[in-house]
Design a protein around this ligand. Structure first.
Ligand code: SF4
Length: 646
């Protein structure tokens, strides 16, 4: 990207070029990337970005070094060329006053993360000793219940998404999750909720019950290890029996599949530690619930108590993964595992030093890209670089001495190195450490004030459906409306299902509540006219919806729907009633750049373009011939100036 933009790859070769800024979790060990960036932001960047932009504005016209020196003075920010010896990680103290987007882009075609994402909390107080995010996003901070509701309302008004994801490192720990999911259930009917991976035991029966009605995605739990011995060492305090006890309830609510994250390669692991997996899978099998076991090799990460541990040998990791597969053979368990070579590369890079910037340059020059996709990852290139440089890979994979200088030591996360060492010792001595929700283990951050929202959120606000909503739920009656909509220009390439999704989103965002049907996977109650082939425009497509009793559609709402719809899709009119009341005869107007020698009825010839009319089937065939530049479906009665009695 840099070279395509005409910007030198290395910071030292830039002059009047844009300032290239690095950020995100990788920059908690920035040495391998320093050569490529003019500026690095360490930690949460939303406030730093504002300071950087203000400074850039004030220094407009100044030379590069003057600008870099000024930017380097901003807290949590440094310019690698200037060699700062200590950089403190930034974190936002109050999530309520920090920026949260409520106008996300709405994709016109299906994509991943195709939903409204709302961050409910940041950081995690569980203290799992292997977890990078658990240490570099400390302390745990919650967005207040009222703020999260406000963000949901604004986001839904702007998007009408059919799914809301409540983001957090451990959503089940949010102190008023019950209130939040009840609010979504009662306010945005038919909208599903998804939660990222959950800590086992973090949801109560009530919460599972509500989720059972409004979650359309599967449940994912972070199990990490089956052996209690290993769970103590990694400080994973979960009660597996609680999950097992709830299985029949989960099944009753419609869940047939559960995903579990699992790790292999901890230094204390023995073959016996995997034995119980088969027994663990039995109750799932009994309840008819399939398990997807997602295995990842343990990668020791910087800034965690396990930063001094070695990465397990590649061949042993392979053996362990195959052992897990063998143990679970014949059970209703699908074992998926992360590629070991990629994990080894991850270990090298995450605990790497400045020498690795040469490796990245080498990879770029040799055409490496999109390496997170297995099919693009080429470990041979890595081996070639290590051989050429005479560096042993195991230098990066080995355990480190406690008094050894580490490449990331100059980054101050706020968690003291003494605390990390204590935590490592506690792991070696089989001792648990309390989580931040139960008390403070004195990690060095002194974060008392930031836990205030949690206390506020704990006062649960009970939400009940409003009188008219309860009435509507009891009643089987709803109102039917049919909308005639058009699709023009580039929008003709948006597929039928995607068009329907866009229309439903725009309707929801305009405040129209569409009725749902189906217990486990509720779907909107809608009917559609025949699907319009991709590539054909239309002025007469129909969608019928059923709304809850008491929700009337009026003109202002249609204006609002049209405001939200992408260019090229537009509601033209609506009637109260069903599709049959609106179905009319239609024809197609065909436009060509030159005269077409076909048995078609020619309308007129205007500005060198030839217009024809087609009625009946087979229009798709005309489209694929590539003769016509546009084909537009129209109601017969709307084709003016010509006779329509063929
Ligand atoms: S200071 Fe205490 S409560 Fe805060 S993150 Fe550290 S251990 Fe947890």
């Amino acid at each position: 990207m840099l070279e395509l933009s005409g910007i030198p790859l290395l910071s030292q070769n830039r002059d009047r070029h844009p300032i290239i800024i690095g950020g995100g979790p990788l920059m908690l060990n920035p040495k391998p990337y320093e050569k490529f960036f003019d500026l690095i932001v360490v930690g949460e960047g939303e406030n730093a970005l504002v300071s950087i932009l203000k400074m850039m504005k004030a220094l407009k016209g100044e030379d590069r070094i003057t600008r870099l020196k000024a930017l380097d003075a901003i807290d949590g920010v440094y310019a690698p060329l200037l060699d700062k010896d200590r950089v403190r990680r930034l974190f936002v103290e109050d999530l309520d006053t920090s920026y949260h987007p409520v106008h996300p882009p709405i994709p016109v075609v299906g994509s991943i993360h195709n939903r409204l994402n709302i961050e409910i909390s940041r950081g995690c107080g569980n203290g799992c000793r292997f977890c990078l995010a658990g240490f570099i996003y400390r302390p745990y901070r919650e967005r207040s219940f009222s703020k999260v509701k406000e963000l949901i309302d604004k986001g839904m008004r702007n998007t009408g998404f059919e799914e809301i994801s409540l983001l957090s490192l451990s959503s089940g720990d949010y102190s008023n999750l019950h209130g939040l999911i009840s609010y979504i259930r009662d306010t945005y009917k038919g909208t599903s909720v998804s939660l990222p991976s959950l800590k086992i035991g973090s949801l109560n029966e009530d919460e599972i019950g509500i989720l059972g009605n409004i979650a359309r995605t599967g449940l994912t739990f972070a199990l990490e290890a089956i052996s209690p011995e290993i769970r103590i060492r990694i400080n994973k305090q979960i009660e597996i029996d609680g999950l097992v006890r709830n299985l029949s309830f989960l099944r009753k609510l419609g869940w047939r599949r559960i995903k579990l994250y699992y790790m292999v390669g901890f230094p204390w692991e023995e073959d016996d530690d995997f034995k119980n997996l088969r027994e663990f899978a039995l109750p799932f099998e009994k309840e008819g619930i399939d398990i997807i076991l997602s295995l990842s090799p343990f990668v020791p990460k910087p800034h965690t108590p396990f930063q001094w541990l070695p990465m397990e040998d590649e061949s042993i990791l392979r053996e362990k993964i195959f052992m897990v597969k063998r143990i679970l053979k014949g059970k209703r368990v699908r074992v998926k595992y992360r590629d070991i070579e990629t994990s080894i590369a991850e270990a090298i890079v995450s605990r790497g030093d400045e020498r690795l910037s040469d490796l990245f340059e080498f990879l770029v020059r040799r055409g490496a890209k999109l390496e997170a996709w297995r099919e693009f990852f080429n470990s041979e290139l890595y081996n070639e670089w290590f051989n050429t440089m005479g560096i042993q890979k195991k230098e990066y994979l080995r355990g480190r001495e406690l008094d050894e200088k580490l490449p990331w030591d100059f980054i101050d996360t706020g968690v003291s190195k003494g605390f990390l060492m204590d935590e490592l010792r506690r792991a070696q001595n089989r001792q648990l450490t309390m989580d931040c929700y139960s008390g403070c283990a004195m990690c060095g951050l002194n974060c008392d004030a930031m836990m205030e929202h949690k206390a506020v959120n704990i006062e649960r606000i009970e939400l009940k459906p409003s009188a008219s909503e309860s009435e509507a739920q009891k009643s089987n009656q709803g109102f039917r409306y049919t909308f005639r909509y058009g699709k023009y220009g580039d929008a003709r390439y948006i597929g039928h299902l995607e068009t329907i999704n866009l229309l439903l989103r725009a309707m929801r965002s305009a405040g129209i509540s569409i009725r749902m049907h189906g217990k486990y996977h509720p779907m909107p109650k809608i009917s559609l006219s025949e699907a319009l082939p991709v590539g054909i425009e239309s002025t007469c497509e129909l969608i019928e919806i059923e709304t809850d009793m008491g929700v009337l559609v009026y003109d202002k709402m249609v204006k609002e729907i049209n405001r939200i719809l992408p260019k090229g899709i537009k509601i033209i009119e609506f009637i109260k009633g069903s599709i049959p009341n609106m179905v009319r005869e239609y024809s197609y107007i065909l436009i060509a750049e030159k005269e077409v020698d076909m048995l078609l009825w020619r309308m007129q010839n205007k500005k060198g373009r030839y217009f024809y009319i087609w009625k009946g089937r087979g229009v798709k065939g005309l489209l694929t011939k590539g003769i016509f530049t546009r084909i537009i479906k129209m109601e017969d009665r709307r084709i003016h100036g010509i006779r329509v009695d063929y």
